[in-house]
Each structure stands twice: as C-alpha cells, then as structure tokens.
Design a protein around this ligand. Structure first.
Ligand code: NAP
Length: 258
C-alpha cells in the first residue's frame, strides 16, 4: 500500500473562506498526511470562519493576508519562515471578480473589473511563488493552484474570470519553467463546479451543476474531497515527475463533445 507521509513538512494554504472552500478540503487532506500548515485569510472579518473551518487540523497557524498587498504577502511568508523555517507546499486557491462582471455581456467588462480579476486571480500566484522559492530550496517544493474549464472554453457568465483563469494556467507553465531548476513543481487543478461562496457569485451557477450532472461521463458532480485528494497527490512526491500541467478533476466533463 502506498501511504503519503508528510511529517516534518510544511504548507501554506491561501483561500479558505469557510468550511465549503476547496482550500479547506485540500487543507484537510494535507493536514491528515502529517504536514504542519498555515492558513492565510483575507481579513479580520473572516478569521472566525477560517478558524472554524480548519479546527480539525492540529497545530495550524492562521495568518491575515490580502493578496493584492505586497507588504501583506511579504509579512505572511516572513511569518512562515519564522514559524516553520522552510516551506514544502503552497496552495493558491484564491479568485475574485466584481459581481457585475460575472453576468451579462463579456464586452462590457470595465477596465477596473478586468484589472481586479486578473490581479487577484492570476497575478497573485507570481509573488507567492517568488516568496516561496527561497523557503523551498533543497526541499522539492510543490505549488498547486485552482482553475476552471472557463480558461479553455467560452463559458456563459464566467466572462472575465475565464480570461483570468487562462492567464493563471499560462502562469503555471511559465513558473514551472522558472522554478524547475530549483526542483520546485507548479501545477493547476481544473475543478468541476462545487457549491462554494465564490461559485455562487456566478450567474446561473445552479444550472451549471445540473448540466455537469447530466453530461459528465461519470454522470455526477465532483466532491470537494476529490479536489483535496488530487491536490494531495500533486503536492506529494508521488507526482515528482509532473510539473506545468493542469489536471482536470471534473468527472470527465472536459472531454465530452456531443
Ligand atoms: P471560496 O471558498 O469563496 O474561496 C475563494 C477564496 O479567495 C476566498 O477565501 C476569498 O476570500 C479569497 N480571496 C478573494 N480575494 C482575496 C484577496 N484579495 N486576498 C486574499 N484572499 C482573497 O471559493 P472556492 O470555490 O473554494 O474557490 C477557490 C478557488 O477554486 C478559486 O480560484 C476558484 O476560482 C477555483 N474554482 C472553484 C470552482 C467551484 O466551482 N467552486 C471550480 C473551479 C475552480 P474572501 O471570501 O474574503 O473574498
């Protein structure tokens, strides 16, 4: 039997808002594998929810960090260095677009709406990777981010978030090339729809869930636990030969034509 043992290894997870968050499911699997974890949350308003959502994970650390702020990111990675001394796993599970940009015509996306979506949902991976790299030196570090099929296809209402996810998936390739010589791997999971806070902001989200259930080869929607398991695999040494890739965890929906 293959077991994943992450005792003595350290992870930093961005993007837990509540117990439904995909980052919470990833944290649960990573914590159960023995890794010591820190969870970064956007602001004080979320702290209690994040505390509750991660309370099953022993010895975790909670750190406040708005990913649009370079000083916040530097302070957060500085705290990780102080507490852990090193880093093995980085999980980027963060995305945001203005509500008005997730409905109606894509062509109406404002300059500011485009900037905000790309900054938070794609660019933020770059400073995280830059700050993680020195902490991962000599440790075969692994970075995982979360994407969606809207990066590859035109999806109604997903709009500017599709553009951001396309940028994110390309950034994964570029970062994999950048960091490969340091032994650091960078991958994305393209997840099927899951009922979370962020997903509910997408107009028509309930219809998307229904369509996946009808048309995906497995005839159902994915569970957050399946995303957690795939992330654990990509973060672990079992995936030591995999970098720069996007792994679809969507019950096969992405392969269906007509
Ligand atoms: P979620 O629970 O709402 O998580 C999104 C996270 O992003 C929240 O913790 C949110 O914090 C955080 N965030 C937004 N702006 C931030 C900022 N400036 N600084 C720090 N954190 C910020 O929803 P989720 O579905 O788990 O989303 C996680 C990732 O999975 C996202 O990249 C999403 O696009 C991706 N994904 C989701 C699905 C799905 O169907 N659920 C499918 C494919 C991919 P706040 O709550 O404070 O904004």
């Amino acid at each position: 039997m293959v077991t994943i043992d992450h005792q003595g290894r350290f992870g930093l997870v961005f993007g837990v808002a509540n117990h439904r968050s995909l980052a919470a499911a990833i944290g649960e699997k990573l914590g159960a594998s023995g890794a010591r974890l820190a969870f970064a949350y956007q602001n004080e308003r979320l702290k209690d929810m994040v505390d509750k959502a991660t309370q099953g994970i022993s010895n975790r650390t909670l750190l406040e960090c708005d990913v649009t702020r370079d000083d916040d990111l530097e302070r957060t990675f500085g705290r990780v260095k102080e507490e852990f001394g090193a880093l093995d796993f980085l999980v980027h599970s963060v995305a945001f677009a203005q509500r008005e940009d997730l409905e109606g015509a894509y062509r109406n996306t404002s300059r500011e709406g485009f900037r905000v979506a790309l900054d938070i949902s794609a660019y933020s991976l770059l400073p995280m990777a830059r700050l993680a790299a020195p902490l991962m030196e000599g440790r075969k570090g692994s970075i995982v981010t979360l994407s969606y099929l809207g990066a590859e296809r035109a999806v109604a209402s997903y709009n500017v978030m599709g553009t951001a996810k396309a940028a994110l998936e390309q950034a994964v390739k570029q970062l994999a090339l950048d960091l490969g010589s340091s032994g650091i791997r960078v991958n994305a999971i393209s997840a099927g729809p899951v009922n979370t806070l962020a997903a509910r902001g997408i107009s028509g989200f309930r219809d998307i869930l229904k369509i996946y259930e009808e048309r995906a080869p497995l005839r159902r929607n994915i569970t957050p636990e399946e995303v957690g398991a795939a992330a654990l695999f990509l973060l672990s040494d079992l995936a030591s030969g995999i970098t720069g890739t996007t792994l679809h965890v969507d019950c096969g929906y992405h392969i269906v034509g007509y």
